[in-house]
Design a protein around this ligand. Structure first.
Ligand SMILES: [Zn+2]
Length: 204
């Protein structure tokens, strides 16, 4: 864990929407764990739910537009409050608490990814840090960096070759992990179909 003053700094890299979108999709795989059909069918049938989970996984970066990137939205308080609020409006998993838990996973996946984001891979002190315990200004970042974030100093920097490399790295790492999860998901379907083919195809 590192301590750093909680000021917005455009030079601190952040994980791109590529990583967060994949993480949102992982929570969708969890949501459709009881769905008995194919994954493509699940994506089609539950597209609004998929979009909501992906949106929640990216939502914390909405503070990027406020000029105070990595503020309240990157805190545990937001990770609890926002899922509870969304669950009041739409319960995709049947009950209030089941839906809130799913929303929490989608939202907090963002914090987890940002926690492991820095400028250099490996064991070092380059983590960007997030104010997990906001309003306490202390920022937390992992001493092990797994994701090299994209730089967002200005608009041209967003489209730099450096950022292209970071995004491709995320695409590769998160893509491979997603393929592994999809294979697991498919295998789980086969086993559950053998155990109970009479089960309902719909998620409550
Ligand atoms: Zn973020």
């Amino acid at each position: 864990m590192r301590l750093r003053a909680c000021h917005p700094d455009p030079l601190h890299p952040v994980a791109s929407p590529v990583a967060h979108t994949f993480a949102g999709f992982w929570t969708f795989l969890l949501f459709t764990a009881r769905f008995k059909g194919r994954l493509v069918t699940a994506c089609r049938q539950y597209l609004p739910q998929l979009l909501l989970l992906v949106l929640l996984a990216n939502l914390a970066d909405i503070d990027f537009f406020s000029g105070f990137h990595r503020s309240f939205t990157h805190s545990l308080l937001a990770a609890v409050f926002i899922p509870l609020a969304v669950s009041c409006v739409w319960r995709i998993a049947g009950s209030y608490w089941q839906s809130a838990a799913l929303y929490f996973l989608a939202y907090s996946s963002h914090l987890l990814i940002d926690f492991f984001t820095g400028t250099k891979l490996g064991w070092n002190s380059t983590a960007s840090g997030i104010p997990l315990l906001w309003p306490w200004a202390k920022e937390f970042g992992s001493p092990v960096i797994l994701i090299v974030g994209v730089k967002h100093k200005d608009f041209p920097a967003l489209f730099s070759v450096e950022n292209l490399h970071s995004s491709l790295y995320e695409l590769l790492v998160f893509g491979v992990f997603t393929v592994a999860l999809v294979l697991l998901w498919t295998r789980f379907k086969r086993v559950s179909l053998q155990l109970g083919p009479q089960s309902n195809e719909r998620i409550p």
